[in-house]
Design a protein around this ligand. Sequence first.
Ligand code: CO
Length: 221
Amino acid sequence: MTHYEQLFENNKKWVDAMMETDPHFFEVLNNDQKPDYLYISCSDSRVPVNEITGLMPGEVFVHRNMANLVNNIDLNVMTVINYAVVHLKVKHIVVCGHYNCGGVKAAMQPKDMGILNPWLRNIRDVYRLHHTELNAITDEHERYDRLVELNVIEQSTNIIKTAVVQKQFYQTGYPIVHGWVFDLKNGLIKDLNINFIEILNNIREIYDLTGMDSTYSEGVD
Ligand code: CO
């Protein structure tokens, strides 16, 4: 049996295991989804959300792309965010980057990457925004690690800049946006503890798309 054919065998074993745990599992799965989480991560094969968080099928809505970018004119990610917030009414949006991200490394190489250039340019823009902090880090690996973190923070901020997130949050108190980094070396998730309310309030001067004349300060979960 080839490795490819093994996938179908694995699938049958998984079905059997799920049925053994809960005979109604697939009946429930076949109902409408009601995930509390939208998870945006790198396409990297080493960052599988369900495995690393213990979330089951139906519990997390997922979007993945190279280097977990949230680009304002990427219709794909904007559609996912809109659907997750307006229709699924997710309570949490997580941007999860990871150390040793090939996309982040590639973005900082001094060479023409062809069709990858415009996508990776977003990461160079993150570097430019934070070049004082990054240039002060002498160790190259530490500098890349920090760029991975800053990229997550900037992409989280990009989510907070959207009208759909601002409006839904002012009306319902959700979604809350979080930034994580997955560490391949030990399998642990690092919560960057971004201050959602502070970022929201800080960006309103320029990115307010609601016209609501108040600063949000109520406690959130
Ligand atoms: Co990556």
